[in-house]
Design a protein around this ligand. Structure first.
Ligand code: PEP
Length: 245
């Protein structure tokens, strides 16, 4: 039985003041039935760790270095994230792939680093609008996934996958539950083909999830929760999405 997860990706948003307000509201809410993760920007991890301390909400980062340590200016190692209480880290977000040229192999190596540090990587995959319109959705996601499967294979159930169609991120345009389900089923089948225990792999959906569309998306058999961007910055919206899960 897969445990549902809702993870908030704050991206490059927040301040000491607004983080404090948001996290206090999340901590004050009744304990959720699903797993809840908040992925904060690096400088705010210590603040978030402190505010989440007595709660069941887990802390995550939004990226990590592919290297263990050394002369990599600006990079943050998984060991550092673990020291700051991060149990999760997003890797391969489409914004990192697009703006920082992260290739599939780099994303897979980051996921491996995270596992090595005892953390759960949340590995994002997804197609652009152009790729979808050209009928390339499964080919693109298949390649993104294969890089992870080749490196981590049977360890797949230890990580979390997130299907995030690039055309649905921050656009207000959500995949229909049927569109999302179709890709989630494809991801699970691909994992199965590579010998992973596909039924144990959690696959989140991300892309303009809001309180009013979350329940319908999460009701799909292969959708195990959500990776939430914009709506994770508002306590009421994020908690409503957590409730829907
Ligand atoms: C994201 O960036 O991971 C995301 C899903 O963003 P949004 O919910 O704002 O579309």
């Amino acid at each position: 039985m897969r445990r549902t997860m809702v993870a908030g990706n704050w991206k490059m948003n927040g301040s000491l003041e607004t983080n404090s307000e948001l996290l206090r509201a999340l901590v004050a809410a009744p304990r959720a039935a699903c797993e809840v993760v908040v992925c904060a920007p690096f400088p705010y991890l210590a603040q978030a760790r402190q505010l989440l301390d007595a709660s069941a909400i887990a802390l995550g980062a939004q990226d990590c270095s592919v290297h263990e340590r050394g002369a990599y200016t600006g990079e943050v190692a998984v060991g550092m994230l673990a020291e700051f209480g991060c149990s999760h880290v997003i890797v391969g977000h489409s914004e990192r792939r697009a703006w920082h040229g992260e290739a599939d192999a780099v994303v897979a190596a980051k996921a491996q680093r995270a596992l090595g540090a005892g953390m759960t990587p949340i590995v994002c995959v997804g197609e652009t609008l152009q790729q979808r319109e050209l009928g390339e959705t499964e080919a693109v996601i298949g390649l993104q996934l294969d890089a992870v499967l080749h490196l981590l294979g049977a360890r797949l159930p230890e990580l979390v996958l997130a299907y995030e169609p690039v055309w649905a991120i921050g656009t207000g345009r959500t995949a229909t539950p049927e569109q999302a389900q179709q890709v989630h089923a494809f991801i699970r089948a691909r994992a199965h083909r590579h010998g992973a225990d596909a039924d144990a792999v959690r696959v989140l959906y991300g892309g303009s999830v809001k309180p009013d569309n979350a329940a319908e998306l999460f009701a799909q058999p292969d959708i195990d929760g959500g990776l939430i961007g914009g709506a994770s910055l508002n306590a009421r919206d994020f908690l409503a999405i957590v409730d829907a899960a």
